[in-house]
Design a protein around this ligand. Structure first.
Ligand code: SAM
Ligand code: SF4
Ligand code: F3S
Length: 521
């Protein structure tokens, strides 16, 4: 895809068209944005981080809370001006007239909106949902041909889920969808309405996908799904993978005996000789249902599996959990977390929590605070309840005032900061393998007059670690060894231990670790 630009002297300059993807929301959207970029790059476009330069602007929106929808919609509003602006400078600084960009709204916001937004944002060209991503090049072509205001949000109704991961550029880390959709229908949550029914890929297909990614240089993979613990449900275990059946004191709704399951996939990855170069494996997100004893054992037996578990709990009160439709008891959740910690003491734990759910009392909120003390998470993701239209909870009286929700949220976060500081400080003195993710956003570890750069890396337990390097090397995507020397409640700092294997490797080809698109949480 080329863009014909006329210079002031009216001669035609042909340059590749540029695409900008703005991502809001979870890792699922990050992976989707990467796929969109890869698809458009295959069609000859080049990614740009400058939205003003783009010929195609894709907004990949999240609907999980009201605020998230607002962020995507207000970003869309900011782009209106670009539709009217026909002048810009090309790469050589020459003033050119250009076609206005095509603007598309996708992701969970696109899926739910279904085009109602055209009345408010007539400058928007088209709307599409997550199941239409693979048709993106055709949709863009349609818009280029002059069609406006079309919508592609039909769910893929087939029972099977088959795909292959697409990444753009030289990546050290990749998100790999192993399942899609969600059948849990927690009463507060919009995701089942934006992502459709739960479906899993087969283990064999995921394995071939990983072999391909590793051959392209990927060294860390995060297996993705809304409830990866339920992976495999409905897929017959024709290859005789072990373990045949899962056991979980919290409850089971996922794969039955004779079907594929997540521990089988993790063992298959661990043992596959063609994946020898894959250094680290993660999975997210998990639901306490189907967080099986067999999965806990994987943390002990599988060396590639990172020592980190994100297991959303949502509340410390059984009454609130029931109203949320979570179908798990807090005592069982705590006992599974304790069991994991006993077997793998170095594991890092994190969770999601909602405060101010309809009818939540002060005492019930205090039960959530007590839960933090009982589990000792490394960190938490906490949110004030936000009613989502169409969900069962939206029909309940949203009776916790905003001021109380905010106060509870702050109290929860403050309480966790103290725990995080302790959890991180406990790691001082340890020597850890880390994967380098980026040049640190702040360089203030470097003292005046000192040369070098601060890098941010991630431990197996999913903690960010900042370290100084005095050489001028590109460490992006490299696995290095650091000694932890300091801790705050948000991150660790460490000293790089010289790594001879890296010194011997000549060129670092990685340009980034995860997505090339811009992400807003
Ligand atoms: N599938 C995962 C699970 O079951 O926990 C994650 C789902 S959601 C994408 C991420 C988090 O957003 C949830 O765990 C929950 O804490 C939060 N969330 C979802 N709906 C919400 C709502 N209506 N209001 C506030 N927070 C919400
Ligand atoms: Fe939402 Fe619940 Fe499904 Fe998670 S499990 S995506 S919170 S409905
Ligand atoms: Fe993710 Fe937001 Fe959709 S959290 S699944 S992008 S609603």
């Amino acid at each position: 895809m080329n863009s014909d630009l006329k210079t002031e002297s009216e001669s035609v300059v042909t340059t590749p068209k540029k695409v900008h993807v703005k991502t809001f929301g979870c890792q699922m959207n990050v992976a989707d944005s990467e796929r969109m970029l890869a698809l458009m790059v295959e069609k000859g476009m080049v990614p740009t981080s400058e939205v003003k330069e783009a010929d195609l602007i894709i907004i990949n929106g999240c609907s999980v809370r009201d605020k998230a929808v607002h962020k995507a919609v207000s970003f869309l509003g900011e782009q209106q001006v670009l539709k009217n602006k026909h002048h810009g400078k090309n790469n050589r600084g020459v003033v050119v007239t250009r076609k206005p960009p095509i603007i598309a709204l996708g992701g969970c916001v696109g899926q739910l909106d279904k085009g109602e937004i055209f009345a408010r944002a007539p400058y928007l060209d088209f709307v599409f949902g997550p199941d239409a991503i693979d048709h993106l090049p055709e949709l863009v072509h349609k818009a280029e041909m002059g069609e406006k205001h079309f919508v592609q949000t039909v769910f893929d109704k087939t029972l099977a889920y088959s795909t292959s991961t697409k990444v753009h550029g030289a990546k050290a880390a990749a998100f790999v969808n192993i399942m899609k959709g969600c059948d849990k229908y927690c009463t507060y949550c919009i995701v089942p309405f934006t992502r459709g029914r739960e479906k899993s890929r087969t283990i064999n297909e995921v394995m071939e996908d990983l072999v391909d990614l590793v051959s392209k240089g990927v060294r860390e993979v995060t297996l993705l799904g809304q409830n990866v613990n339920s992976f495999g449900k409905g897929n017959e275990n024709v290859n005789g993978y072990e373990p045949k059946e899962l056991h979980n004191v919290i409850g089971k709704v996922g794969p039955r005996a004779g079907e594929e399951n997540l521990p089988q996939l993790i063992y298959a990855i661990e043992r596959e000789p063609r994946l020898a170069k894959l250094k680290r494996l993660r999975f997210t997100s998990s639901h306490p249902l189907d967080f099986s004893d067999e999965l806990i054992e994987c943390f002990v037996k599988c060396t590639k599996l990172a020592k980190h578990l994100h297991l959303p709990v949502q509340s410390g009160s059984n009454r609130v959990l029931t109203k949320m439709g979570r179908h798990h008891q807090i005592e069982h959740y705590i006992s599974q977390m304790k069991r994991l910690k006993q077997l793998v003491p170095e594991v890092g734990l994190s969770t999601d929590l909602i405060v101010g759910f309809p009818t939540e009392t002060e005492e019930e909120f205090q039960e959530t605070i007590k839960l933090l003390d009982a589990v000792q998470y490394d960190n938490i993701f906490a949110f004030a309840y936000s009613p989502r239209p169409g969900t069962r909870a939206a029909k309940m009286d949203d009776d916790v005032p905003a001021s109380v929700k905010n106060r509870r949220l702050n109290e929860l976060l403050q309480h966790q900061l103290v725990i995080s500081k302790k959890m991180y400080s406990d790691r001082i003195g340890q020597v850890m393998e880390v994967m380098v993710e980026q040049i640190a956003k702040t360089q203030n570890m470097i003292h005046e007059g000192e040369t070098g750069r601060v890098w941010t890396a991630r431990t197996t337990c999913n903690r960010p670690v900042n370290f100084i390097d005095h050489t001028n090397r590109n460490y992006l995507g490299q696995f290095l060894t650091v000694k932890i020397t300091g801790a705050t409640s948000l991150s660790l700092s460490g000293e790089l231990i010289h790594d001879p294997s890296f010194a011997e490797s000549s060129e670092n080809k990685y340009t980034s670790t995860y997505s090339t698109s811009e992400i807003v949480q």
